[in-house]
Design a protein around this ligand. Sequence first.
Ligand code: FAD
Length: 445
Amino acid sequence: MKRALVLFTRDLRVRDQPALAAAAREAEQIIPAFVLDRKLLIRSCGAPNRLAFLLDCLHDLDSSLRERDAQLVVRHGDVVEETLALAQQWHATAIYMSADVTPYARLREQSLARACDQARIELRTFPGVTVVPAGELTPSGGDHYRVFTPYWRVWSEHVRSQGVWDQSASHAPRKLNAPKRQPSGPIPPLASLIAGSPSPGLQRGGERAARKQLERWLRADAAGYDALHDDLPGDGTSRLSAHLHFGCISAETLLRRNSGRPAADSFARQLCWRDFHHQVLAARPDIPHADYRPRGVRWRRDKRAAQAWREGLTGYPLVDAGMRQLAGEGFMHNRARMVVASFLTKTMQLDWRLGAAHFAHLLADADVANNVGNWQWVAGTGNDTRPNRVLNPLRQARRFDPDGEYVRRYVPELAAVPGRAVHEPWRLAPRQRRALRYPAPLVEL
Ligand code: FAD
């Protein structure tokens, strides 16, 4: 009998899940499993938002599997050892999983492949993390695209002409044939994994939440995405990034559900950015630490300035609003991410690695490829063709938060300052300014 272990990683869904669909088609029995990776848990100990979101995803996945007569077996420890032990204990002849591009995921896959080889278990990997797998589109004479626009051109053409995945994978299997006595292993409570608590406004994780969020966004904001995706107070972007990171919904599903709609192309462009950064990371696994394009930048060291930036106390309201949104929700609007990143690296001249680490600590969607790729892009060490551009927070505020609504929402000290005056509190009368208890600008622009 062919018995398959489906190892979930960051593909936590039952719909549009190529590895699960293939196992359901090809194996007589299935054991769905997830290993809470000891090494990643240690690294993300200070990242309660990601862990809380992940646990939501696991509960939701388990409930979807139970509706299909299976259940999620959760183990704790080293992924390779635990997976292999489970596969051997249950006499699985194959392991099915999604391929991924982060340096850590690739090492994990390689050691699992070696272990499977020795144990005579077949290891099968499937696409599932990006729309177009990293490395599938390459320029002549290179192993990856370095600039976005040419990548966008070939990517769009590829998506249009090929239809990317096997369409039969898009439906969830109706029933999963799991062994009668299933291996046990429950999902641990959050408090047993970390000491800190998640941000109060953190969104809930899981495939059901992702689908609801998608439908809500399609009804309310998707048609205006073109014009509104940079509008800070409007908050009209999909807010699906954490769901995409954990694979509660596939990028392919988003592309399909959007196609033919008014702003389909602008939204597809964002998903293409995601694929772009993944193919860069696949080709340059050193970029989480090293500059993609070293430019000999000498970063300043200033602990006080870095801490003020982290706490949203720079004295620049738009920057501080972004940083407070991050702390309060485990999320930040893309335009605000660009402004705060430019402020850290270009205005304060502090190292992008410091900013990327803080984002990784708090963002529920923190993703090695997107986080590092975007930080390097803004810092001028990455794939931007205009590496010297600086985003002036006052000009950005005038364009993207003209009435100051976004700032008032996230910086309570400034909530009583009306209109656009909120962006320049230093222009208020001295008495009024002192009453605000809001810091003076930390640096000159
Ligand atoms: P939407 O506008 O609805 O876009 C849809 C999806 O497209 C997003 O969910 C995301 O998956 C993808 N996308 C959009 N913009 C980008 C982009 N610039 N790069 C890559 N993918 C994109 N995104 C992450 O998912 N994880 C990160 O760790 C991350 N770190 C960032 C750090 C910096 C300094 C900057 C400037 C951007 C970062 N981004 C990151 C990209 C972007 O800010 C978020 O993906 C976006 O804000 C998520 O909101 P949304 O889902 O509403 O996006």
